[in-house]
Design a protein around this ligand. Structure first.
Ligand code: ZN
Length: 126
């Protein structure tokens, strides 16, 4: 068993928080745009109703926007969660094995809740 990664320094925590916050801001903008695109009212008002082909593609676009928006909201929830853990001083600990998560992993995926090892084990277990 490898030793636990070192505790995150204040500088690293600040860096991760900044990354989370900027990603959150970006996602919020995306969700707004996507929800706009997925809006049924907008879609009807754009006058595609007469042409079934156009209506079909508009509805496809709407569904795509809806599923992208859902995905972005899921990510957003994970980011909010990570920010809350930061506030509670519980950030950077693996939810599965309770060991600290490697900084390089957090840097790549600041909202992750699992260390590389547990993640790998879970993926290969499928
Ligand atoms: Zn773990």
């Amino acid at each position: 068993m490898a030793a636990q990664p070192p505790k995150l320094s204040a500088t690293r925590l600040r860096k991760l928080r900044a990354a989370l916050e900027s990603e959150r801001a970006q996602l919020l903008g995306q969700v707004e745009e996507l929800d706009d695109a997925a809006d049924v009212k907008n879609w009807r008002e754009s006058g595609f109703d007469d042409d079934p082909a156009d209506a079909g593609s508009a509805s496809f676009e709407r569904e795509t926007a809806q599923s992208l928006s859902l995905h972005a909201k899921g990510l957003l929830a994970q980011i909010e969660d990570a920010l809350r853990r930061l506030d509670e001083d519980a950030y950077g600990v693996c939810a599965t094995c309770d060991r600290r998560i490697e900084f390089v992993r957090l840097e790549a995926l600041p909202y992750t809740t699992q260390c590389t090892e547990c993640r790998r084990r879970e993926e290969s277990g499928r």
